[in-house]
Design a binder for this molecule. Structure first.
Ligand code: GAR
Length: 192
């Protein structure tokens, strides 16, 4: 049966776009909505180009989760994908979509997770701590920030002259290569 996805993103939305392109021809999965808390984020432009409806909401509307829930229900959203979504997901939303909210995080959780750990902050800390590897974590979202059950981790080596820019690039490549197929596989398993 067709599963409908809503993607939540707060910034550039390059992962969101990659996911939309991946499922563009799929008869099993459809991205029906892009949700953002940032009216002026690049994701809004990308969504328009992709011809996917956009919903902009405030932090209050997210936490209140009444109208937002109605909207998600009215279009039959089955699974929510967080792709660079930087607000904390409220408990009401987690309870409404148990094991149906999937997040990507640009580190090997539980390392470099939690409050303040996003984007360059993570890569900077990883390099400063002289880690020998980093990577991505795709996981279900639960009540505790960055602590939900892992779906997939993929790794990359840190070279001796690694910079935030080169590490960002390595992480992005992993995200683009693995996130859409991990979503697809997880959705298939949920349907069985
Ligand atoms: C991605 O690297 C994603 O892993 C990260 O934000 C970036 C969004 O990039 N998410 C987090 O840090 C969540 N804590 P994008 O907007 O270009 O897809």
């Amino acid at each position: 049966m067709l599963k409908k996805l809503a993607i939540f993103a707060s910034g550039s939305g390059s992962n969101a776009e990659n996911i939309c392109n991946y499922f563009a021809e799929s008869s099993n999965v459809e991205v029906v909505l892009i949700c953002t808390n940032k009216q002026d984020a690049l994701i809004v432009k990308r969504a328009k180009k992709l011809n996917i409806p956009v919903l902009v909401f405030t932090k209050y509307e997210l936490n209140n989760f009444i109208d937002l829930h109605k909207k998600l229900q009215s279009i039959g959203v089955d699974v929510v994908i967080l792709a660079g979504f930087l607000l904390k997901v409220p408990s009401k939303m987690i309870d409404s979509y148990p094991n149906r909210i999937i997040n990507i995080h640009p580190s090997l959780l539980p390392k470099y997770g939690g409050k303040g750990m996003y984007g360059n902050n993570i890569h900077k800390a990883v390099i400063e701590n002289k880690e020998t590897e980093s990577g991505i974590s795709i996981h279900f979202v639960n009540q505790n920030y960055d602590e939900g059950e892992l779906i997939l981790q993929e790794r990359c080596a840190i070279s001796s002259n690694e910079s935030v820019e080169t590490l960002t690039q390595k992480i992005r490549e992993l995200e683009y290569a693995y996130f859409p197929s991990a979503i697809e596989k997880t959705i298939k398993e949920l349907s069985n």
